[in-house]
Design a protein around this ligand. Sequence first.
Ligand code: XMP
Ligand code: MG
Length: 174
Amino acid sequence: MRLSDQPLISRKAIEARVAELASEVASHHGDGPLLMVVVLKGAAMFACDLMRKLPMPVTVEYVRASSYVGKRSSGEVDVDSLPAAGRVRGRRILLVEDILDTGYTISRLRAGLDRLKPARITLCTLLDKPSRRKTEVAADYVGFVIPDSFVVGYGLDYNEQYRQLPDVYALEDE
Ligand code: XMP
Ligand code: MG
């Protein structure tokens, strides 16, 4: 496996788009407090950049979910460590994900969070691969729609590698 020669999405494009997403979120949500629920580990870098651009009071919770082994979605999603119910009830949630692929992960997470009775859940994903969707889930805020290739960088990994890259690359077979 090797990285594409050129980034699929450059750090400059990411930075500009993150600022736009923050403006969209702010214009829809107004001044009220927002609870960001960030899906580890992939969305951590995106969430840190996004939260620095949000004007309203923000609190953060992190959840872990994994369905991927290597480049394959296993279809079985492990959701770890949902926030305590008291932190979610009645709150407006912005669920922050790195990439929407089959949609299994977010469906499971949304269902788990719904049971904790938030006022509302909106979904923000940096990347979206709609061609791979297996569930009916759509994001309210999408950074970039990408084709069906496996991507790494800016938080996204292949077997835990490449998360630290500031740009997003496609991972190609040699
Ligand atoms: P599902 O299929 O549940 O998957 O929507 C979402 C999760 O799968 C991971 N994923 C990727 N990770 N490059 C990655 O590094 C990719 O191209 C990719 N596609 C899916 C990701 O962890 C996401 O949370
Ligand atoms: Mg992930």
